[in-house]
Design a binder for this molecule. Structure first.
Ligand code: ZN
Length: 280
């Protein structure tokens, strides 16, 4: 009896050893957090809020007589020690909608100097998005190619090219973006081509670790009533492109279960922390 038990033990031990050799001794470790430096996103105030008569924001008269509170938003994306500033808001000289505190002074609250901004990404060429661009001449300007073609043309319409003088005439670094652009090259911050509001309009996708994906519209839609009904402003440069861009953007939002932030809609301000705080 004793001999049989020992034999069984030997067989079991042999099987255990062969099992150890033939299969991994421990399961594969769980997937770790996405590789790369920490990513964060904050909202900056880029103009004084207004109540806007939005009739001209519909080319089907759907918004006639309606008023919607508007805000002006810029965003800071930090990746490790690198910064992307998304849109640069109204100029400080813009009169009533001018911001109370400049972008440079807001960034100083976190000790960030203008020359630390590596990329200045512009959703489009309208003056409420490029007003303070010239405060960041050391940044590489990322702008839709279709928009740059207008800004750099002999007679630009709908934009004041003087705000982009460092890149037009001052030798600052420029990258025109024809389609999508993976800003930092790690797949986490992506300019999405969404033309129609202007020829080279872009939205921004930011894939945060804890918050999840966030989509910043640019001016693909200015307020929820238009976003939800695929409303097209009467002053857009291309109606068909606007509808195609809304279709793409909404499909991305659904697929990624992203938080959608309409940059001009006062009701979306609370979706992101106000600078100097940041969503991670
Ligand atoms: Zn705008």
């Amino acid at each position: 009896m004793k001999r049989i038990v020992n034999l069984s033990a030997l067989v079991a031990a042999t099987l255990a050893i062969s099992a150890c050799v033939q299969t991994p001794s421990a399961p594969t470790p769980p997937a770790t957090a996405p590789a790369g430096p920490e990513l964060s996103l904050s909202r900056l105030e880029c103009g004084t809020g207004i109540t806007n008569d939005v009739g001209r924001f519909s080319d089907t008269y759907a918004m006639d007589g309606k008023k919607v509170p508007f805000v002006f938003s810029c965003y800071l994306i930090q990746r490790g020690d690198e910064y992307l500033l998304w849109d640069s808001g109204h100029a400080m000289t813009a009169g009533a909608p001018a911001p109370k505190v400049s972008l440079v002074d807001q960034l100083a609250q976190r000790g960030i100097r203008p020359e630390q901004i590596k990329f200045l990404g512009i959703s489009h060429y309208h003056n409420d998005h490029i007003g303070q661009a010239a405060s960041f001449p050391q940044a590489t300007l990322l702008i839709g190619k279709g928009d740059w073609d207008v800004v750099s043309s002999p007679k630009p319409v709908g934009t004041n090219p003087a705000f982009l003088a460092p890149w037009l005439t001052g030798g600052s670094k420029l990258e025109t973006v024809p389609l999508d652009k993976d800003v930092f090259g790690d797949g986490r911050v992506i300019m999405l081509t969404t033309p129609g509001h202007t020829p080279g309009h872009h939205s921004l996708l930011v894939k945060l670790k804890d918050t999840g994906p966030v989509l910043l519209t640019g001016d693909l839609a200015h307020f929820h009533e238009n976003y939800e009904t695929n409303g097209v402003p009467s002053f857009n440069t291309n109606r068909a492109e606007t509808l195609a861009s809304l279709d793409r953007f909404k499909k991305i939002a659904a697929q990624l279960k992203a938080t959608v932030v309409l940059q001009h809609d006062a009701r979306d301000v609370g979706k992101l922390p106000a600078f100097p705080a940041a969503a991670k």
